[in-house]
Design a protein around this ligand. Sequence first.
Ligand code: 57M
Length: 359
Amino acid sequence: MFYYLFYSLSDISIIFNVFKYITFRMICGAITSFFLIYFLMPPFIRFMRKKQFGQIVREEGPSHHKIKTGTPTMGGFIVILGITVSVLLWCKLTNPFVWLALFILLSFGFIGFLDDFLKIKRKKNLGLRAREKLLLQVLIVTVLYFLLFKTLNFSTELMFPFFKKAIINIGIFYLIFSMLVIVGSSNAMNLTDGLDGLAIVPFMVVAGVYSILAYVVGNIKFANYLYLPFIPYAGELAIFCAILMGAGLGFLWYNCHPAEVFMGDVGSLGLGASLGAISIMTKQEFLLVIAGGIFVMEALSVILQVGYFKLTHGKRLFKMAPIHHHFELKGWPENKVVVRFWIISIICGLLALSTLKIR
Ligand code: 57M
């Protein structure tokens, strides 16, 4: 909104010209989302405590998690609210990619909200059934597919890191591929969100990587220089990703150990899915596996654990899955697990960016 409001004033004073620049609106968007969440989270936490809408901790968890019972959850509602307001203020609202990213954030966030609400209402860890969640997620990605690939005629060519000439047109199979990417990233973040601050920093790292990627592929000079596809609408997603980073910082202020609030499924499903959607709209899906290495590691640990458990009729590969619990049960304090996972995440983000030059 500010883009239209102030850029049109640039013929009165050159100073308003600055609203044209993506980098300026990235910084303003990130600061706006940070402060919105910084100021809105405390009253939300007070409200949730007053209503006694707190976390129900699973029985099979590490024993020290029991003290977390009652911690206000669904903080992701405030995070998504802060992101949405900042996007409406700082992004160009005629850009269809901005609306598609917002659509995925809000719709997956709504699935998480339903799940969280049911758990709180039932006072049990019993939200939506897994197949209900999956069906809703598949339906939402199908709508995205038709809007992106049919209405906007977005290319169904698949790009690969390291190989600039390797381009495969997968046509209708992009529907299946989009489901894998978006549903996968959403649920991987959901599984990762199991310790104070554990999910939000890798989220910010991935959002940071994609703010750079979106800026590059949205700029024809940089895209050509790096042998990347030029994607006209992608530039505004750089602002969207910067807003995600600012929101992550705002949430981390209250979610760092000992957490005053958890994001809930409303946060983990919505935020995780938005990263998946952005990776598709920037045509850098495979880089999500590298930049989001922590999320991949956490999801893989669950798949391996459950598979091994079934194959060996009860034996475990890890002390517990997801893998952050494995290290807790090995005796690592919670914060040690979290900070070390942050370090790995930052290295994954740097590796992802390095592939831009190795092509
Ligand atoms: C998503 N939710 C946390 C919080 C957060 C198949 C199996 C691997 C599924 C998996 C599962 O269902 N996980 C659910 C993870 C939960 O966090 C809530 O959920 C939201 C995110 N979706 O925002 O509202 C608990 O995580 C802790 N937490 C923090 N700080 C935070 O900032 O401490 C969360 C955020 C919270 C709190 O204790 O209650 C969760 O872990 O449930 N199941 C599991 O992850 C369980 N693992 C398991 O069953 N492993 C078995 C299987 C694979 C055979 C095994 O390895 O033998 C673990 N869940 C819990 N503790 N709570 C077991 C340990």
